[in-house]
Design a protein around this ligand. Structure first.
Ligand code: AMP
Length: 292
């Protein structure tokens, strides 16, 4: 595995691979890698010849009161995990290399930022889309893989690529979970043992809603009520939102008809956790959610 910090070096490496008729796959991350990230690497490997993984904690996507400075970082560990998963190139640019100046021109999520996490994290998705656009220009991948755990983000990236003609194929891979259902996240490292135990109620709530749906509940009020019922029994969790939305537009729906994205965010102490499932046909498919 080669490690590159210089953005121009990254682009040169990638162009070189493509000149050799190699298909370049890309997995952008903020590091502190876990099995969720590693499955994206596996997925990228299946879709390409050479896999680039970036580790970059993007300051632009953190609000002033958020956890940028204490976000978990462990590059030596990331290095060995990525390498063991047969990553070809680890791209680890320093913030000043990515942002010699604060970008004035940015990528906005438009109406996709009006729902779910958007109102709770002002400027967050603008920061995400802007850095992903920059990373796409630096890595020039043929295919890039994102996790469905961040369904809103994945949808926005698909739309950015479609709307702005980025020459890259986007693959969205399933959420990887702990055995009790908690979605893997670098932020799980913040949780105390008690919070960690309580956090399992998030996926339990989504599973209860899924059961309700399978038994015939289609009114969103009922489906959302199932989630609330489970999560609100945990005093260590504070729900920010539970919403059922159209997986392509993120507009709220009142009836579950066709694929519906059921998404939530909650706090366990100071730690913000998100999770989602798809109700409807999308549950079976790997890359089917939010394909425009
Ligand atoms: P992050 O490092 O949290 O910015 O995540 C980098 C990529 O990994 C994003 O595409 C995430 O959606 C994806 N990811 C994070 N957690 C998971 C998970 N539990 N399952 C699948 N993908 C994940």
């Amino acid at each position: 595995m080669i490690e590159i910090a210089d953005p121009r070096g990254m682009r040169a490496w990638s162009r070189d691979r493509r000149r050799a008729a190699r298909r370049v796959g890309f997995v952008p991350t903020m590091g502190y890698l876990h099995e969720g990230h590693l499955r994206l690497i596996d997925r990228a490997r299946r879709a390409s010849d050479d896999v680039v993984v970036s580790v970059f904690v993007n300051p632009l996507q953190f609000g002033p009161a958020e956890d940028f400075s204490r976000y978990p970082r462990d590059l030596p560990r990331d290095r060995s995990l990525a390498s063991a998963r047969r990553t070809d190139c680890l791209f680890v640019p320093a913030p000043p290399a990515v942002y010699p100046e604060l970008p004035v021109v940015r990528v906005l999520p438009g109406s996709l930022g009006d729902h779910l996490c958007g109102p709770w994290r002002p400027g967050h998705f603008e920061g995400v889309l802007t850095v992903v656009a920059k990373l796409f220009h630096l890595v020039e991948p043929d295919v890039a893989v994102f996790g469905r755990k961040d369904a809103q983000q994945a949808l926005m990236i698909r739309r950015m690529v479609a709307d702005l003609d980025f020459p890259v194929e986007i693959v969205v891979a399933p959420t990887v979970r702990e055995t009790d259902g908690l979605a893997l996240s670098s932020r799980n490292a913040y949780l105390t043992a008690e919070e960690r135990r309580a956090a399992a109620a998030l996926s339990r709530g989504l599973a209860a809603a899924h059961d309700g749906f399978k038994q015939g509940a289609t009114a969103v009020a009922d489906v959302v009520g199932e989630v609330r019922h489970v999560v609100e029994r945990e005093p260590l969790l504070r729900l920010e939102y539970v919403e059922a939305v159209d997986p392509n537009t993120l507009a709220p729906v009142t009836l579950v008809a066709g694929d519906t994205l059921l998404a939530l965010a909650a706090r366990a102490g100071a730690t913000r956790l998100i999770d989602n499932i798809v109700l409807g046909d999308g549950l079976a498919g790997d890359d089917r959610l939010d394909r425009p």
